[in-house]
Design a protein. Structure first.
Length: 160
């Protein structure tokens, strides 16, 4: 369970991790700047297990994998959005960031609500209000990649 950080539509990769920090792939360094151009206090307030909740087209913009790496590195347990930009969706899976597409949950979650997600089942629960929502469930083989920590770790596990 974590606190919801609520954002709007069209949150692009340039505000998830500004281009000026793309000189590194270090997760901790990227995490230190996650969402700073959208929410300058995010990194100070986010705690492990918190959830990002956003509207339509989350992660639009460039194809940088740095965006889900920064979010995951900041301790975020997952993202719930009304919809995702295709490339962010794939990059989240590739980097092991749990994501759920569920417009109904997004509409019902306020900033600061306590939220639990079960990415494997596609379930979002607003613990503050007691409401539960069923989002898009990812196929088992995709969840295997996410649970392994991303595509590279999944491949490594297959080669051992």
């Amino acid at each position: 369970m974590g606190k919801a950080f609520r954002y709007g539509d069209n949150v692009d990769t340039d505000v998830i991790i500004p281009a000026r920090y793309l000189t590194t792939t270090d997760e901790k360094e990227l995490a230190a700047h996650a969402l700073e151009d959208l929410d300058p206090t995010f990194v100070e307030r986010v705690k492990p297990g918190d959830i990002v909740v956003a509207g339509k087209n989350f992660g639009c913009g460039s194809s940088r994998e740095h965006a889900p790496v920064a979010i995951k590195g900041a301790g975020v347990a997952g993202v719930v959005a009304s919809s995702y930009a295709r490339i962010f969706f794939r990059n989240a899976i590739n980097t092991g960031l749990p994501i759920i597409e569920c417009p109904e949950a997004v509409a019902a979650i306020s900033d600061g609500d306590e939220v639990t997600i079960d990415a494997e089942a596609g379930v979002v629960r607003n613990e503050t209000t007691g409401e539960e929502f069923k989002g898009e469930q990812l196929p088992d083989f995709v969840m295997d990649i996410v649970k392994a920590g991303g595509l590279v770790e999944w491949v490594r596990s297959k080669n051992t």
